[in-house]
Design a protein around this ligand. Sequence first.
Ligand code: TYD
Length: 220
Amino acid sequence: MPHTEGLFISFEGIDGAGKSTHIEAVAQALEAQGRSVTRSREPGGTPLAETLRQLVLNDAMDALTESLLVFAARRDHIQRVIAPALAQDRVVLCDRFTDATFAYQGAGRGFDLGVLQTLEQWVQSSGDASQGVLQPHLTIWFDLPPSVAAARLARARVPDKFESQPLAFFEAVAGGYAARCEQDPERFARINADQSPEAVRKDVMAALAAKGFLSGAPGA
Ligand code: TYD
């Protein structure tokens, strides 16, 4: 039986891990199997959240302010986009979600993980206790050494506030992702992103197929 209910998949990894290309391939594979797909990103995904994104990515601020802004953006995104799409049995593909906050603000900037956990509970609860805290059904984590990611970024574009951080920052962020993966291994699919784009794509499709979210692995 193909999966037909609402499905929430997030994509994570340090800057330069190459997730964007693969998100579009996943969207097309799911659409080819008849699913309706909502593509989105964080911070962002609504007009308010996109405004907050500009501030977070460009303005200097302390780590608490940054955390509050990304969670404020997330709240709006969940209420206006993610929850309604899931209620309509759509697939939501989100370029980053809360694991990024634990990795960047928590591990990267050294902000208090306990405060982030509290914000996560507040922001991702609907108010209906029986529904619990919203989390992705699957998180595809593009894992690659920070030095490799830095070399890719150096070739690619003008860096934003995070992308211009030193290697040590990304080593901490990568450690943050590894810790989140360890805490919830069922939710995570770790993809070795230090391979050719074709090999990465194959592994991503296989991870979706293993969860029953894609039948077979098209293009694999
Ligand atoms: P990214 O997803 O890499 O988008 P682009 O490909 O357009 O550069 O950029 C988002 C940046 O925001 C990335 O550097 C990570 C950062 N970020 C946080 O610091 N905290 C968060 O909670 C989220 C969602 C992202």
